[in-house]
Write a protein that binds this ligand. Sequence first.
Ligand code: ATP
Ligand code: MG
Length: 397
Amino acid sequence: MNNIIMKTEHLTKLYGRNKTEALNLLKKGTDKATVLDKTGVTVALYDVNLDIKPGELFVIIGLSGSGKSTLVRCFNRLNTPTRGNVYFKDQALKTLNKEQLIQLRREKIAMVFQHFGLMSHRNVIENVEYGLEVKGMDKIKRKEIALDMLDMVGLKDVETMDLTSLSGGMKQRVGLARALANDPEVLLMDEPFSALDPLVKRDMQFELLKIHQKLKRTIIFITHDINEAFKLGDRVAIMRDGRLIQVDTPENMMSNPADDYVQDFIDGADRSQVMSVRNVMITPSTIVWSSDGPRRAIQEMRANNVPSAYVCDQDMQFQGVITLEGALELQKHKTKVADYMIRDVTTISADATIADVMPIAADTKFPIPVLEDGKLIGIVSKASVIETLIPDSNNNH
Ligand SMILES: Nc1ncnc2c1ncn2[C@@H]1O[C@H](COP(=O)(O)OP(=O)(O)OP(=O)(O)O)[C@@H](O)[C@H]1O
Ligand SMILES: [Mg+2]
């Protein structure tokens, strides 16, 4: 399990008395509503198998009641599974005794809750320090760490403030700082931003991505917002009625939804935030070399029926754009493409999202060059940007 930090194996959680009968029905593929109807047992999770990689930002999404919170609470054993196993690295959580579990939650797997879960009788820094204090760390050291963590989540000069004087966004930053203070290996976050208004939520998402980039910790993040899932997730798992329906990268999920339930989620997503330029770029038809003379430039443009050409050096490093007018000027002066090309051209990286490229696409005279390490690897036209924004334009649904 070298490349897996957390794993679930046939994880099942049922609520109610008649579990054996419910399990028999579930094995036959009976759905949650029928199981409840026939046995009185609520299926919170059934046969969930997941591998989470170290350093991954893993998002779990699903409708209300689909089992997201139950699942995430199994990851630190706040919930005890009915069947199946959860592993942290190679350790099955069920083999841990009470003290070991408390220690695991304190040191390895931290949790951030939707409604902050802070202690109202303690001020900001006392909340952040709490875990370190329990560990017995001395006051000076833990204060230093707590201040660092507050700084990391973007909070300054609030350490002695009362929680009641903080906004929701600030409280959630405190919650995050507290979870990070113990330097956990895994961070569990159950709808941490869903109580926040949209602008604050956006800031928090950005903050979380920055922190993830910096600390490279494993994060398991629950949300019911597909845009949030696709924005944050390296991979996204979709749950329905306690079962795992699909686990994939946002891009793969969009191009290959497992079923209509997944498709419905995707239809609610803002495609421009997910699709990258790499998916929509096309091969530039007209490339000329900076050392070329006018004749070749003009001939290439005529052959491809375009009014401009992309100029590269011999290593495909992008140099600029030469227009037909520029090429005609060259012809007069008998010089090289390099002398008359436009050098000040806006370019974009292949990993940028469509949302990034939209404002540029709006006022560019020719398709935008897409670069990777300075090399021209494609171009994006205004039309292809617009096309990606039309739902279902790339699949048959
Ligand atoms: N303590 C409990 N007793 C009985 N049923 C429970 C209990 N906890 C959860 N359930 C049921 O298990 C199912 C999954 O609940 P869970 O809270 O995991 O869903 P969720 O996906 O987190 O939903 P939400 O988006 O509303 O938070 C639901 O049908 C719920 O009613
Ligand atoms: Mg929940």
